[in-house]
Design a protein around this ligand. Structure first.
Ligand SMILES: C[S@@+](CC[C@H](N)C(=O)[O-])C[C@H]1O[C@@H](n2cnc3c(N)ncnc32)[C@H](O)[C@@H]1O
Length: 301
């Protein structure tokens, strides 16, 4: 996966790159190893733990700069940190990082007990539990259905509200148990029944789809001609958004096929780069998370 992503960015030694989802810098480290002295890497993450790690481990590298912010603010970030100069490649590795998942205090895991938090940016006001408390049953049901494609959304939302009313919900394990009880015994597959609901609540709490949409709506203005966009997504809704975005800007809006339009008159700004979308077996063996990953790549014309 890492090699595929780096190849997708088509890195040039003195190029300017942006890693919009630094995490613990796996991709950033590789990008830095590919650029030369005059190259530059701007890394973004909204998580203060990621910022701490970046400053400790990458802070001395003059080619590197870290910005704690939402990647939807990409235009502002490039204005401030790159003097409005266009960039040569931009990477998004969407979703939650392993350190976020592994730390029970962050509340992303249904396997370890912790507060029901799930904020990637701890300065955000709304934790997952505070939202579950204020949201009505229908709102919770819709989130589970839309973002989690959860078949038992109605039952789960009702059970969550019932236990909140009884003041008996405070930890991730309690939430996972409530969800598990809503699944009919014969419908439990290999996957933990809490998987979809936790994913849905996390996506909602962190505005993940809105963040991606705002990013896609603004990123074309800051990429240099020949510059690349590489997006790794783990959720079908995210992948669909990226796929449509690339299609719209590489094929143009729907026009009657009889009208011969040139590339210029269609006002195209991207060229789709063909790649294998999914990780292969070896990549999945190395990193289980890669199983549901999809990579999409496009180049600015
Ligand atoms: C899957 S991890 C990235 C892992 C990273 N590629 C690495 O090699 O370690 C996603 C990271 O993106 C961050 N993130 C998610 N949405 C974000 C957003 N809208 N703005 C900024 N950072 C975001 C998360 O906090 C998390 O650290």
């Amino acid at each position: 996966m890492l090699e595929k992503v780096i190849k997708g960015l088509n890195i040039s030694s003195d190029g300017i790159y942006v890693d919009c989802t630094f995490g613990r810098g796996g991709h950033s480290k590789k990008i830095l190893s590919e650029i030369g002295e005059n190259g530059k890497l701007i890394a973004i993450d909204k998580d203060c733990e990621a910022e701490k790690y970046a400053r400790e481990h990458f802070g001395k590298d003059k080619r590197f700069c870290f910005v704690r912010n939402n990647f939807s603010k990409i235009i502002e970030i490039i204005e401030n940190y790159n003097n409005n100069k266009k960039i040569d490649g931009i990477l998004l590795d969407l979703g939650v990082s392993s350190p976020q998942l592994d730390d029970p205090e962050r509340g992303f895991s249904f396997q370890k007990s912790g507060p029901i938090d799930m904020r990637m940016d701890k300065s955000d006001k709304l934790t997952a539990l505070s939202w579950l408390k204020v949201a009505d049953q229908n709102e919770i049901k819709e989130v589970l259905k839309i973002y989690g494609e959860e078949k038992y959304a109605h039952r789960i939302a009702k059970s969550i509200k019932d236990s909140i009313n009884k003041k008996s919900l405070s930890t991730t394990i309690e939430l996972a148990e409530i969800i598990e009880k809503c699944y009919p015994k014969n419908k439990k597959s290999g996957r933990n029944p809490a998987t979809k609901s936790f994913q849905a609540i996390r996506i909602y709490i962190n505005n993940e789809l809105q963040e991606l949409e705002s990013f896609l709506n603004s990123c074309l203005d800051i990429i240099a001609s020949g510059g690349r966009i590489v997006v790794i997504s783990f959720h079908s809704l995210e992948d669909r958004m990226v796929k449509r975005f690339i299609k719209k800007h590489s094929e143009g809006k729907d026009v009657p096929s009889k009208i011969p339009l040139t590339e210029t008159s269609k006002n195209l700004s991207l060229r789709k780069i063909k790649t294998t979308l999914k990780a292969n077996d070896d990549e999945v063996a190395l990193n289980k998370r890669a199983r549901s990953a999809r990579i999409r790549i496009a180049e600015k014309i």
